[in-house]
Design a binder for this molecule. Sequence first.
Ligand SMILES: [Zn+2]
Length: 255
Amino acid sequence: MNVVRNAVTICMFVFLLTPSYSFAETPTKQVAIIIDDLGNNMTGTKEILALPIPITVAIMPFLPTSKSDAEAAHRLGHDVIIHLPMEPLHGKRSWLGPGSITTDLSSKEIRYRVEQAIKDVPHAIGVNNHMGSKVTADKRVMKIVLEVCREHGLIFIDSKTSPKNVVSKLAVELGVPYLENQLFFDDVYTTQHIIGQTKKLIHKLEHSNHIVAIGHVGPPGEKTAAILRDFIPVIKENAEFVKASSLVPERQFIQ
Ligand SMILES: [Zn+2]
């Protein structure tokens, strides 16, 4: 009897020492926050860069603080991406900024503009679109943008300003690492809306392991930074904050 009891005790002891594989294999949920529209000394830039989490900052090229914002973000350990201005279906061209990609450009000029934007923003690991509801639905233009991304080892993150876009299919065909935005924090500038969207992100985490969400510097910048800061501990209960590059499988990501 003693032998049997000892054997049972040993088995229990071994069981207790064995890692619980079902727990160990549960993937950690991940949130990648992208902040758009840096590069023009926009309101909230300082507060956003000082957030105590890794983020991804999207910097517009050819603007007064494009380079210094990229350098500061890189120094603080954030990911830098190029926030490439792209023609929208509605809205003024003047909102686009310099070096914008429009559907009336020749293929050669589109390639040239993307190349120049890459040169203008140091440390970039990817590209996302500023506006762009017209361009992201245009196969000719997006094919060139994605080809240049591939040549430079850059990922493309679709801000999803148009439901009709062709980007995901083209990115798969061309082998460009691709992510897409799932939620805008501050498409409406009120505190109430930004808090509501942040709670929506927490709710989405119940059904999703990876979330990409976009906020902005500029008019909502300070509010967005303050609300994100307040919600960091709450989101950390459910997920870890990562840079966009962490959501791309390493084998696809050439740097
Ligand atoms: Zn933008």
